[in-house]
Design a protein around this ligand. Structure first.
Ligand code: HSE
Length: 427
């Protein structure tokens, strides 16, 4: 039986879940993997944070050096979150030749290349299955199960908070504000929800997942990002009538050297499997050139699902011993030469306006769209006139982002338009 001693940095929700799994399923892992994994030290600001979880105070430490200089500890789990001091702590641990398992998507997305270089230098491992989609084994699927395929597409609902909010808006007709409040009360959304609702969390995850899927570095800065804060109950109702469910989708596509990487609200046809991923659940849909479509579904957050991914990484890391693998692409934090992340991608669109309700206005708007190559699939007045303006929505055929932007620029200057209320892409 191989004895593996580990340390945990940060005993919050996820660190606590990791400790719980390691103690509850210690015998299972001994039996199935031949590894006896024990937690030797827990680093936290306060010893009380450790004892409050029923963990013996003798495991607590407040000084990183106690972990770094302990020759018995071979793996360190980082569950602190945020960039600093997590980044500095991990660099120190890796420099000491100890492997790191982290759940930190922001850190991996922003500094993964730097951490990986540090790990390679000492031959340490760097594992981050828990950084994306919690308990869903998407990273190992990409790195260890899809070798036979060129992955051409990755579509994901990879943020549970926004999926919960959109599900509530869709199923109960709640406003965005009311649904957010409910998500906060239930602990799905943070007091400051920006990272989730503005799409940053999904953007970090897409940067990690698309880099692995397409074997090239996709910096988070190259990803188009839009959150859900401007979505109205009206948009969702119109989509519903037309057979769509609104989701915050992370979309990655590769065709030759052209990449699409974007996070934005998207109308998903109800016939698509992602349309029925509800509440705080996550799912990732992949297309490989030989396997075709596969979809992974599960809980993307929480102590136990995320802890499950961390413990899986600990096991793999312990089994690799000193034969850790690293990115299969030049991971330097920059877009590879010759690779282009397209801003002018193709999509279908839903556009919602308040237009002056008088003869010829609709013709004028459709004329501008047509002149710019935007073909309309459906147009309808939705709701009642107010102050002489009518709410009108359009669904377009497949067109390009540039064509739509150019049309809207011209339309917005017309006296006949009171407001462009929504622009939502349609899958
Ligand atoms: N806040 C994230 C979510 C979970 O709502 O999915 C951690 O990434």
């Amino acid at each position: 039986m191989k004895k593996v001693k580990i340390a945990i940095m940060g005993i919050g929700t996820v660190g606590g879940g990791t400790y719980e799994i390691l103690t509850t399923n210690r015998e299972l892992i001994k039996k199935t993997r031949g590894l006896d994994i024990t937690v030797k030290k827990i680093l936290d600001r306060a010893v009380e944070n450790v004892t409050a979880r029923g963990i013996d105070a003798s495991l607590a430490c407040t000084d990183l050096e106690a972990i770094v200089t302990d020759p018995e500890i071979s793996i360190v789990v980082e569950t602190m979150g945020g960039v600093e001091p997590a980044r500095s702590f991990i660099l120190r641990v890796l420099a000491a030749g100890k492997s790191v398992v982290t759940a930190n998507k922001e850190l991996i997305s922003k500094c993964g290349y730097e951490l990986e270089a540090a790990a390679k230098k000492t031959g340490a491992g760097l594992y981050y299955e828990a950084s994306c989609v919690g308990g869903v084994p998407i990273i190992r699927t990409l790195t260890d199960s899809m070798q036979a395929n060129n992955i051409t597409e990755i579509l994901g609902i990879i943020n549970g908070t926004t999926n919960y909010i959109l599900t509530k808006m869709s199923k109960e007709g709640l406003t965005y504000e009311a649904a957010l409040k409910e998500a906060q009360q239930l602990g799905y959304a943070e007091f400051n929800p920006t990272a989730d609702v503005e799409g940053y969390d999904a953007m970090y995850k897409l940067s990690i997942l698309s880099s692995l899927a397409f074997h090239t570095c996709i910096p988070y800065t190259s990803i188009y990002r839009e959150g859900i804060t401007k979505i109205t109950a009206e948009d969702i109702a119109v989509g519903k009538e037309m057979g769509y469910t609104l989701k915050l989708l992370a979309i990655g596509k590769r065709s030759g050297n052209e990449i699409e990487a974007r996070v934005h609200p998207t109308f998903v046809p109800n016939s698509h499997p992602l349309a029925s991923v509800n509440d705080a659940f996550n799912a990732v849909f992949l297309k490989g050139d030989f396997v075709d479509d596969i979809m992974l579904y599960g809980r993307g957050a929480g102590a136990r699902p995320t802890g499950s991914a961390i413990v899986s990484d600990i096991v793999v890391c312990a089994e690799q011993a000193s034969r850790h693998s690293y990115s299969d692409f030049d991971n330097n934090g920059r877009l590879e030469e010759g690779i282009v992340v397209k801003s002018n991608f193709s999509s279908r669109y839903y556009l919602s306006f308040k237009l002056m309700d008088k003869p010829g206005v609709l013709g004028k708007i459709t004329g501008i769209l047509g002149d710019n190559g935007v073909s309309i699939n459906k147009a309808m007045q939705h709701g009642d006139d107010a102050d002489g303006y009518a709410p009108v929505v359009f669904f377009t055929h497949l067109t390009t982002e540039d064509a739509v932007r150019k049309s809207l620029d011209i339309i917005s200057r017309s006296d006949a338009v009171k407001s462009l209320d929504s622009l939502i892409r349609v899958l």
